[in-house]
Unconditional design. Sequence first.
Length: 421
Amino acid sequence: MSINTTPDQQQAAAEEAASATVETAEADGFEGLGLDIETDFYDVDDLLTDGEREVRDRVRAFCDTEVIPVIAEYWEEAQFPFELVPGLAELGIVGGTIEGHGAPGLSNVADGLVKAELARGDGSISTFLGVHSGLAMKSIALLGSDEQRERWLPPMARLEILSGFGLTEPDHGSDAVALATTARRDGGEWVLDGAKRWIGNGTIADMIVVWARDDDDRVGGFLIDTDRDGYAAEVIRGKMAKRSVWQAAITLDGVRIPADQRLAGANSFADTSRVLTATRQGVAWEAFGHATAAFETALDYARRREQFGQPLASFQLVQEKLATMVAEVTSIRLLCHRLSQLADAGTMTMAQASMAKRQAARQALHVCTLAADVLGGNSLLAGYRVARHLADMQAVVTYEGTDSVQALIVGRDLTGETAFT
């Protein structure tokens, strides 16, 4: 299927193939595909408010009924599920913790649960909304002027304007502070030149928050309408993870924007780091969602699948894997929950966010690996969920700061010594 096909053609093809995928699983006796498994081993739900629980359940129901039944084929075909976007808008979750301007003003705990449930449904859906609702909207909410917030945030909250976040460059990933993209002032305009890579939503967004270095060597955020002359974006092909969301390679060749489309409060990379710190906890919650999906599928499978005349769940080695998985899922959730409590209290530090992201990603990747072992050959089928979540977790480990970078941030906090520039 080509990206040039219409959304109706994409949807028809995806529904047909997704039906075949689910029928394969149903033929093996796994109609539920792990959707009715209880994973809250430590009764962490008791720590939630009624409002947080309601938001979580609303998003879970959407993922169970709208996302999971169709997403496997979109993932396999590397197609973005455009028809799910209106349903996401109707959930009232876009904008997360942002207050006012059409955003829901969720607690950090509720917003984390939203990210976890979306990732439990599919990592690409979580990334699509994480880039738009988290990185892009958060940049404007934290660093924009009142006028910029009022202009951009309401239509973004309604998903009438889709957005991206352009920080990573072809030659600058972990060392993003060394931005090569430039912005020069020319009268009443900014003129941007450079390249960005791995930019989520870059080919479908109406606006990209692009980070660039200005004439005074200051790092700023610039709101670039993607229909401007000189803006070009190409989908990065050949991804083995996050296949239903399109990352782009972007080139900026003399792109001109009005002077008032520079974020008013963005004047250094420290401002960029404020956004990354605020959103990093969301990546930890995303890891929890992936781990939950893998564990609930493995447990369901082990209970139903028979080998050597008895359920897989009756074998000691399988029970040991399941016990390890539930311990790690529980550990991730408790870590994320406490981090979001700190964020709600306004005391969360960059090092705390980095530790949570690193630890959650590591443990979730392990959970997905163990789940694949429990499912054996069937773990390779997208309809059984585990393969998608395992591949996607490989990506989660690397983005918004690799394991190594997160470790150095924590190490700097512990020792007072900086091990990187």
